[in-house]
Structure formats: C-alpha cells, structure tokens
Design a protein around this ligand. Structure first.
Ligand code: ADP
Ligand code: MG
Length: 338
C-alpha cells in the first residue's frame, strides 16, 4: 500500500514537473535576415509554432523590402519609379516614413538611399564619395516629392528609396503581433539590436535589456540597462556600421541635409515604445537631429521615450524612463529630461 502511494506520488511529481517545464519551455530560432543576425525566443507551448510564423513573416518582409533583391517590391519601385497596387505592409511603411519625414523636418528621409549607396554602406566597400557626386545626388533627396495616395506610389525622376531605417522595427512589431495571436505571452525578439518584447519574463518581472556602450563597442560592455514590458527598444549607433579613413570616422546614419554622416553630438540613440516601427524610424531621425531637437520632438509629439548618449559622456533619458533605466557605464553622467 505504502509502496503504491509512494509510486503514485512519484508519478504525480513527475507529471507536475513535466507540466511546469512544458509551460516554461524556451524555444529559440536564429535567422539571418535584413543584413543581420536575429535571435527570437518565445516561452510556453505555443512558442515553437509562433516563432515559425514570426520567422516566415520576417522573411516575407525582407522579400518585399530588400533593395538588393531584384524581385522585391522596393527594387521594382526603384527601377520603374512607380508601383500599384502597393502591398499592405509597404503601404504602412510608406505612411509612417512620410509622416516622420514631415515631423522631423526631413531628418528621416527614405530618398537618401542613393547617397547611402555612394558611401558604400549598402555593400561592404565603404568609401568617402566625391563632393561633386554627393551634391548631385542630394538634389534628388526629398521625401516630400514622393507621390503617394494610399494606392499608387510614384517617385520623382531619378529618386530611389530604402526602408532600412524602419524595416527591422516594423518586422519586430509584426512578429510580436503574430506571437501574441499564436497565444504566446512571453517572448524576447532580438532583430540585430532591435529589441522587441512580448509580455514580461515568465516570473512576471520586466525584461532587462542592455544598451551597448557606444564609446567602447568592441568590448561588448553596456552603458546601462532598461526594463521593458511588451515594448520595443531600438538603438541607432554610430558604432554599428562605420569605417575610418585619414583619422576620420564615417558611419551609416546620414544627415539628408548634407549627405554626410550625421554629426549632431549624439553617438547612440535608443527609442522605447509600444510601436516598434515608430521606434526604429525615430532612432535614426533623432540621431540626426541631435539632443536638443530630439527632446523638442519628444515634447511635441510624445508617444515614446528615449535614451540619448552624447560624445562627451552625457546620457539624457526622457522622464518616462527615469525608473526603467539604470546607468552602469563608467565615465557617463545621467540627466532626466522633462
Ligand atoms: P540599423 O539599420 O543599423 O539598425 P538604423 O535604423 O539607424 O540602423 O538605419 C540606418 C539605415 O537607414 C542606414 O543603413 C541607411 O540605409 C538608412 N539611412 C541612413 N540615414 C538615413 C536617414 N537620415 N533617413 C532614412 N534612412 C537613413
Ligand atoms: Mg532606425
């Protein structure tokens, strides 16, 4: 009798732990997409199916947006100068890109693509372009000259677009939505430094995300830590893609006003919010704008929070992150913007 009770209780324990581990099971998927390595992790029973669906969505988006894949819709738009009908995702990205183009006074400008190409940032042969060539290319950089009525998009003569400044954030947001629809309540998606979370950690505590130290990127050390629940955190940094020539550093975030890498004093911008695509677009735009204009933008439009890091070691966080951000880097000073 006692033996049987012991056996039963052992069975019960096994079932219990099996039940627990099934609930807490972590599923991970790695993929190379959008020119970066992505690590997607989701917890619980629906995790695996959810991640498969999310990975499919990311690959589909890449197939739609890639400027180097001749078969993509964006490549077709760049080749022919027009597109109709426009896929729903591309339409959503056009809406957002043009809205941010307007709100940021052109700091985010998807027509800067030919300039980015001239610098070689779309491939792996980086170079400082000739000044005259840049001036010529700049004449065609103007987001406001794109004609877009929700059905048909047309580019002005010679213009080309690239959604690289928003694509990963959009992909993260769509992936999160897919996971939620699949029943996943806890997931951490790292789309090459574009972080998107679903819910919180399994124990109910917030996700803790490290922000890289932009003055010491090689070491892999962090400048600080952010707590997130169900939000995106997207970083644009001068250290992510750059080259050096004659003692100068040139990075891949271009000021559309000059055609040169944006030198606003900011070396890293992290934008936190509910809308991953908006966070991505803004991380690039605020980097171009610089601290003061970035804070003005935040005060005017809101809907996000930010961590702004300057060359001189000043770290400014917007008021909504005062509790969620912890500074860990040495030789930095923190201030909270109201
Ligand atoms: P990453 O793609 O490295 O995460 P960003 O989101 O900041 O970084 O996007 C940078 C990319 O966006 C560049 O590689 C370039 O293709 C494009 N880009 C650079 N400057 C601008 C700009 N001012 N407006 C729109 N797109 C830009
Ligand atoms: Mg961006």
């Amino acid at each position: 009798m006692r033996k049987r009770a012991a056996a039963l209780s052992l069975l019960f324990c096994l079932l219990l732990t099996a039940g627990c581990s099934r609930q807490e099971e972590a599923h991970s998927e790695y993929l190379l997409a959008m020119d970066t390595v992505m690590t997607l992790t989701a917890y619980g029973e629906s995790g695996e199916a959810g991640l498969d669906a999310a990975a499919d969505i990311i690959r589909d988006l890449e197939g739609l947006l890639s400027v180097t894949d001749e078969a993509s819709a964006v490549a077709e738009l760049n080749r022919t100068g027009e597109l109709e009908p426009v896929d729903n995702d591309l339409a959503a990205l056009l809406d957002l890109a043009l809205e941010l183009g307007e709100r940021t006074g052109g700091a985010l400008d998807i027509t800067v693509y030919p300039v980015v190409k001239a610098w070689g940032f779309t491939g792996d042969r980086y170079q400082v372009p000739d000044g005259e060539e840049l001036a010529e290319l700049l004449e065609r950089v103007d987001w406001s000259a794109i004609s877009w009525d929700g059905q048909r998009v047309e580019l002005p003569e010679g213009a080309q677009v690239d959604f690289g400044a928003l694509a990963k954030g959009y992909a993260g947001a769509l992936s999160a939505q897919t996971l939620r629809e699949a029943g996943v309540t806890s997931a951490l998606l790292d789309l090459g430094g574009n972080i998107q979370t679903v819910g919180s950690k399994l124990d109910g505590s917030p996700w803790r995300i490290g922000i890289r130290d932009p003055r010491d990127p090689e070491s892999g050390s962090y400048l600080g830590e952010l707590e997130l629940v169900d939000q995106a955190a997207v970083t644009s940094g001068g250290y992510q893609r750059y080259f050096e020539e004659d003692g100068e550093t040139y990075w891949h975030i271009i000021d559309p006003a000059t055609g040169y890498p944006a030198r606003s004093g900011l070396i890293s911008v992290t934008v936190v919010g509910d809308d991953g695509a908006l966070c991505d677009g803004l991380s690039t735009a605020l980097f171009v704008l610089g601290r003061e204009a970035a804070l003005d933008y935040w005060r005017t439009w809101g809907g996000f929070e930010a961590v702004l890091v300057e060359e001189d070691g000043t770290v400014t966080v917007t008021a909504g992150l005062a509790d969620a951000f912890t500074l860990t880097g040495e030789d930095y000073t923190l201030s909270v913007a109201e």
